[in-house]
Design a protein around this ligand. Sequence first.
Ligand SMILES: Nc1ncnc2c1ncn2[C@@H]1O[C@H](COP(=O)(O)OP(=O)(O)OP(=O)(O)O)[C@@H](O)[C@H]1O
Length: 259
Amino acid sequence: MAFGSRTLWEGLDLDINAGEFLAVLGPNGTGKTTLLKVLLGLQPLSAGTVRINGRKVERGSKDIGYIPQQKSFAAGTPLRGRDLVGMGVDGDKWGVRLRRAPVRRRVDELLAQVGAAGYADQPVGMLSGGELQRLRAAQALATDPDLLLCDEPLLSLDLHHQQAISALIDARCHVHDSAVVFVTHEINPIIDYVDRVLYLAGGSFRTGTPDEVLRSDVLSDMYGSHVEVLRSHGRIVVLGVPDATTHHHGDPEGDHGPF
Ligand SMILES: Nc1ncnc2c1ncn2[C@@H]1O[C@H](COP(=O)(O)OP(=O)(O)OP(=O)(O)O)[C@@H](O)[C@H]1O
């Protein structure tokens, strides 16, 4: 994948299986969101092919659920929280069919799962970033997708809701057999769920289990300078990532690792 003379990645040959949870890590600007856009059919590859369920990717596929990077709605948007989730259950026919009992039940179930029942009737333009994010997760899960794409879905969620949404995504993957591609700067909240990591940095990439990729020698090799990966109480902290001015600097006691 390249934009002009800038190559984001090259020679990436990746099969993602049903029931597999892939975390995509790497510093800003390395192509994580671009990879999701490729899978969504929004960004053509500069070379190579991508297939989902053996078919060419197409925009708006019902096979794919998508939790986008956080976006807000204008204050006057005439949409309630439950309408947003209803769109996931019933596509774009929400205005008419949300009145049907089975759809309403499914929407209520999803709203309860993400802890959004209490604000589901408020206009979306009035909700906080975290409240909206939980509705977006419910909307994406509503479609029972074969492939669930998540672009930093835990951003601006408090710890309790991070755990709740991560567990729902894990269940979608490991109970309902969806493939999950989860872009994040923070692997710790999902470390127990991740089967494989794709780490993009410095124009190259590595794939493997978290233990295979998140190692001092592997990351030092990718960044071309010494990087230290520490494990503390089941958490992973990466220290010494170069040019990490836009990332959290590692603190073994803290919540963040500069991925
Ligand atoms: N349509 C485009 N045309 C040209 N350059 C683009 C285009 N889309 C993305 N880029 C560039 O490609 C690079 C990768 O962008 P992308 O959004 O995929 O990064 P990312 O890894 O998701 O970063 P972040 O962690 O900051 O979200 C960036 O430098 C971006 O400016």
